[in-house]
Design a protein around this ligand. Structure first.
Ligand SMILES: [Zn+2]
Length: 67
């Protein structure tokens, strides 16, 4: 991807970012991290497509369990 916004890494001022999938410690769900391609400094996280969380809510409403 090209960095159209001119955003820069707060640490090394590199302007290339990448999106990686990860599950933060203590989280039941996966997240997408946006980080610097050069020094891997995390810029922000965005929730992964949270299908499981949605299913869990529906199951709770129905009074059933997923497991
Ligand atoms: Zn960096």
């Amino acid at each position: 991807m090209t960095n159209y916004s001119g955003s820069k890494c707060p640490k090394c001022t590199n302007s290339s970012f990448e999106m990686v999938e990860d599950a933060p410690y203590g989280s039941k769900y996966k997240h997408m991290y946006i980080r610097c391609m050069s020094c891997k400094t995390l810029v922000t996280t965005v929730p992964y497509f949270n299908t499981y969380a949605a299913l869990e809510k529906i199951a709770k409403k129905l009074g059933t369990r997923l497991d």
